[in-house]
Design a protein around this ligand. Structure first.
Ligand code: ARG
Length: 468
């Protein structure tokens, strides 16, 4: 049976209303400009729904075949850009359904049985988020691998560590590189954990309260590879915390990348000279011919703004929404789709930067005797001679002040001078002085020395095997 009254507009759901929206209103209502990117998920969801509708007797086998073939046809036309999209249809769900009905007629009109755009969009977003997480996770793993590789190749360079951006204690370069790997590991774990909350099938929830049609929800969920079905239709159609969570995961990851980017920008300055970046990731200046700028690192650092904005946007969108779907939710895609694309590109380029960068050991070692990197180790030497740490701290503080006024490092002070400060100091003190010696003496697991680097590298190499 075809529609009894011809609708004024192309909208199949407009019969209730006496007026069509004007152009500005149509524009406000539409999300097709962004949700067209979800077409594959929308169509996969419809194929699964139709397959189930045939199972429960709503569609005949012939009708199902027509629906599936028609949907494939629509997908191909969207893919090739040949489908004429009428923005008055608002979103990808109506664009696909209308195109299907246009092509196959009556069986297409049965597809939306027991379904609403509310559970349909929740489904599309969950399918999309699941793929996005899998893709992002692979890229995080790749970046981690590049950092571990560099730590394997150039991890044994003794370098300063900094607190308050002032020289602190010496570490091995690998210790720094593997610190980034740890941050990314937590980012990866968050994605993996969040995926379990994404991987739930909302279809069958209808608009808010379900349907009287005896849908086989488990069969739809199984077809689409979901781990389970949602328990509550009201929640399933209006919940977007899985997207808020994804945005948080990306904001945190972007923040980690911004810290790495900031470190590496500093390290590649003339002043530091610790790091040489490949020209492939740098730009020059339109005016200053000598410039080699690490714009890629700056852009990655800056992308944290977009990621944090997306998180704040999503939280604001869902804040104070009453229970049940509200059209505000349509704008979820405007925050989440772009931030995933942004972070994807940041991760890809970051991996390229890391895999082509080289530490400059000669430049790093040149300045190692400045900044009293061995002061803490000297205090600990005194502890080993039976001096209370607080006393040792005072003694070394005095020695640092003395050395500084002489323009010397601690290792350049004579044994006599050292003994004047504390008579417990003996000739064996040399083993605790200089950055190069200090990194040999780090004791506990997790510290910045050779043994600990070996342990960390072994850990990550095993972990990498399990990611493959
Ligand atoms: N395009 C809409 C969205 O993204 C689909 C749901 C519209 N539902 C409704 N009842 N108007 O959320």
């Amino acid at each position: 049976m075809s529609a009894m009254n011809q609708p004024k507009s192309s909208k199949p759901w407009q019969h209730r209303l006496s007026a069509d929206p004007d152009q500005a209103t149509s524009h406000l209502l539409a999300s097709i400009d962004v949700d067209v990117a979800l077409y594959k998920y929308d169509i996969a969801g419809s194929v699964a729904h139709a397959t189930m509708l045939q199972k429960i007797g709503i569609l005949t086998k012939a009708e199902l075949d027509a629906v599936v073939a028609g949907l494939k046809d629509v997908a191909a036309d969207i893919e090739s850009g040949t489908l004429a999209i009428d923005p008055a249809l608002e979103d990808i769900h109506m664009v696909v359904e209308s195109a299907l009905i246009q092509r196959i007629g009556e069986p297409g009109r049965k597809l939306h049985t027991g379904r609403s755009r509310n559970d349909q969009v929740a489904l599309d977003l969950r399918l999309w988020a699941r793929d996005a997480i899998d893709d992002l996770l692979e890229l995080v793993r790749n970046l981690q691998r590049c950092l571990v590789d560099l730590a394997g190749e150039q991890g044994q360079i003794v370098m300063p560590s900094y607190t308050h951006m002032q020289r602190a204690q010496p570490i091995l370069s690998g210790h720094l590189l593997l610190a980034y790997v740890e941050m990314l590991e937590r980012d990866a774990q968050r994605l993996i954990d969040g995926r379990t909350r994404v991987n739930i099938c909302p279809l069958g929830s209808g608009a808010i309260a379900g349907t009287s049609i005896p849908l086989d929800r488990l069969s739809v969920a199984a077809q689409l590879g979901f781990a389970d079905i949602s328990r509550n239709s009201l929640d399933a159609t209006s919940d977007r915390d899985f997207l808020v969570e994804l945005c948080f995961d990306l904001a945190m990851m972007a923040t980690h990348l911004s810290r790495w980017g900031e470190d590496w920008l500093l390290f590649s300055t003339t002043e530091f000279g610790f790091l040489e970046l490949s020209d492939a990731y740098c730009t020059s200046s339109s005016m200053m011919p000598q410039k080699k700028n690490a714009d890629t690192l700056e852009l990655i650092r800056g992308k944290s703004a977009s990621a944090i904005a997306a998180l704040v946007g999503m939280l604001t969108l869902v804040k104070s929404l009453p229970s049940g779907y509200g059209r505000d939710l349509q704008d979820d895609k405007r925050f989440t789709l772009p931030v995933v694309a942004t972070m994807r590109s940041a991760l890809v380029v970051a991996a390229g930067i890391v895999s082509t960068a080289r530490f400059r050991p000669e430049r790093i070692s040149q300045g190692l005797d400045r900044g009293f990197l061995d002061a803490t180790a000297l205090a600990e030497y005194l502890v080993n001679k039976g001096v209370a740490f607080r006393t040792a701290h005072q003694v070394v503080g005095g020695l640092v002040a003395q050395a500084e006024s002489l323009g010397k490092s601690l290792s350049e002070l004579s044994l006599e001078t050292l003994r004047q400060a504390c008579e417990k100091i003996g000739p064996d003190v040399q083993d605790s002085l200089t950055a190069a010696n200090v990194v040999k003496n780090y004791a506990p697991s997790g510290a910045g020395g050779y043994q600990q680097l070996k342990e960390q590298l072994a850990f990550w190499r095993e972990a990498i095997k399990s990611w493959a």
